[in-house]
Design a protein around this ligand. Structure first.
Ligand SMILES: Cc1cc2nc3c(=O)[nH]c(=O)nc-3n(C[C@H](O)[C@H](O)[C@H](O)COP(=O)(O)OP(=O)(O)OC[C@H]3O[C@@H](n4cnc5c(N)ncnc54)[C@H](O)[C@@H]3O)c2cc1C
Length: 433
């Protein structure tokens, strides 16, 4: 495998050791690539080559082998507790700012690279992968795309090094699929806003230092009265009501958050006042795309556990894998993984390669996660079936993979909502709603 480009190799090396807050960009690089401008990629973005992506995958696999062993994955699930020492390790490996500008410590490698990392982390542990994505995509990438210079300088280096943990909070008890019906309010006061309300099911919520919070600044204006805020969780009045106990993704700490007269300075508005829905919707396409790599990793994990087992275990004097009904399951699982992977990476490649004027098709981003999420649950179920009684035992990973996969049909919008979004995207092309 050939090496990363000299520039990226240098960036990677800096990631492997203590990384300075700002990585100086060589002068020749700045002048050579200054012409590139993108609203969805960092300044000077150059799409990664396939060789660079392959090398990134190898490094992520190596990291996961070392740091997310099967014992760590099982303990995270059984203990329902995220291993918080992982954040610094992610930071040192350069994983946290993969889509962020190098000026803030990011790798500036784009969305294909982000998918590669999330896929391989999720292959090792679905819940560690999910928490990683909530931090690196939902929080860091949203801040990267919508923050002003001052906000990025203040928050990105700490989030990218893993010193600080990030989350994004839009859902509420009574506002999930219909998220713009949220009830959390932000009332203007001297120098800022007072937030009141609650958020539900927030990934990393119990541990986060920074939460991107959506609240109504003009409750009567419905979707046109929502604003996004950067909320420091040390602010008086912020609290974690409870950590939630889940079917799967256990150990990806999920919380119910409460805001009781929390003061947020005006300088902490993310984007523009009352334009929070723009921030939210623009982020959603890329969020759906990147998160579709989570189910890819889980499908690979299902194959990892199933293939050796069915070739080793004998019944009726032959390995299970020599039965055609088991061969059909192996074929289905593999084909579902390959088809989902081709979908996700073709969409990510198109976005990275069109970075000067990015082509982001809602139906492609929603389609990638719709397809991958449903196939991953099916692969998890097939893995359990292929392992028989052992598949039903918690000492094997098959059950955990199935429980983790199911989340991707619900979180970041449900399968039903994704279908609605895809249908509406076509309707818009035909001038209808
Ligand atoms: C583990 C986990 C982590 C999460 N992390 C976050 C996070 O970090 N930040 C955040 O803001 N949120 C997060 N969420 C919330 C998630 O985005 C919501 O759960 C999701 O959007 C669904 O909303 P709901 O649970 O209220 O379901 P509901 O909206 O009540 O839907 C219930 C069912 O009805 C269906 N339905 C709803 N409306 C329609 C319709 N119009 N037509 C057809 N069917 C419909 C849905 O598809 C679903 O099957 C997380 C959730 C989970 C479980």
């Amino acid at each position: 495998m050939s090496a990363l480009s000299p520039f990226r190799t240098a960036a990677f090396r800096q990631c492997a050791v203590a990384r300075p807050a700002r990585i100086p960009r060589p002068a020749f690089f700045a002048s050579q690539f200054q012409r590139y401008a993108s609203t969805k990629h960092p300044k000077n973005f150059v799409p990664p080559t396939q060789e660079e992506l392959d090398e990134l995958r190898e490094r992520t696999i190596e990291f996961a082998r070392r740091e997310i062993t099967p014992e760590v994955a099982q303990a995270t699930d059984h203990g329902n507790e995220f291993p918080n020492s992982m954040w610094r390790k992610f930071g040192e490996a350069g994983f946290l700012g993969v889509t962020a500008d190098e000026a803030y410590g990011g790798l500036g490698m784009g969305y294909q690279a982000h998918c590669v990392i999330l896929e391989e982390l999720s292959r090792a542990s679905g819940s560690i992968g999910l928490s990683y994505a909530a931090h690196s995509q939902l929080c860091i990438n949203q801040l990267m795309l919508n923050g002003n210079e001052e906000q990025k300088e203040q928050y990105l280096p700490g989030l990218i090094s893993g010193e600080k943990i990030g989350a994004l909070a839009m859902s509420e008890h009574n506002a999930g699929s219909d998220v713009v019906s949220m009830k959390t309010t932000a009332k203007e006061t001297d120098g800022g806003y007072i937030l009141n309300g609650g958020k539900m099911w927030i990934t990393n919520g119990p541990d986060a230092h920074l939460v991107i919070v959506y609240a109504k600044t003009e409750p009567d204006a419905h979707s046109k009265g929502i604003t996004a805020f950067l909320v420091d969780t040390t602010a008086p009045g912020f609290s974690v009501q409870r950590k939630l106990d889940k079917l799967g993704m256990r150990g990806s700490n999920t919380g119910e958050l409460s805001f009781d007269n929390v003061f947020v300075p005006s300088s902490h508005i993310l984007g523009t006042k009352n334009k929070g829905v723009k921030v939210l919707m623009e982020g959603l396409d890329l969020e759906r795309l990147v998160l579709s790599a989570g189910p890819l990793g889980l499908m690979k994990a299902a194959l990892d556990v199933t293939l050796p087992y069915v070739h080793e275990r004998k019944q009726f004097g032959i390995p299970l894998a020599q039965n055609q009904l088991i061969q059909a399951k192996m074929a289905d699982m593999y084909t579902k993984y390959r088809a989902s992977s081709a979908f996700t990476y073709s969409v990510a490649r198109a976005i990275d390669e069109s970075h000067e004027d990015p082509i982001i098709r809602t139906q492609d981003c929603a389609g990638a996660i719709l397809y991958a999420a449903e196939r991953a649950t099916e692969c998890g179920m097939d893995a359990i079936q292929c392992l028989g009684g052992m598949g039903y035992m918690n000492e094997m990973a098959a059950g955990r993979i199935m429980r983790d996969a199911k989340l991707y049909e619900i979180g970041a919008g449900t399968s039903e909502v994704r279908k609605i979004v895809i249908g509406r995207a076509f309707n818009r092309e035909f001038g209808q709603r």
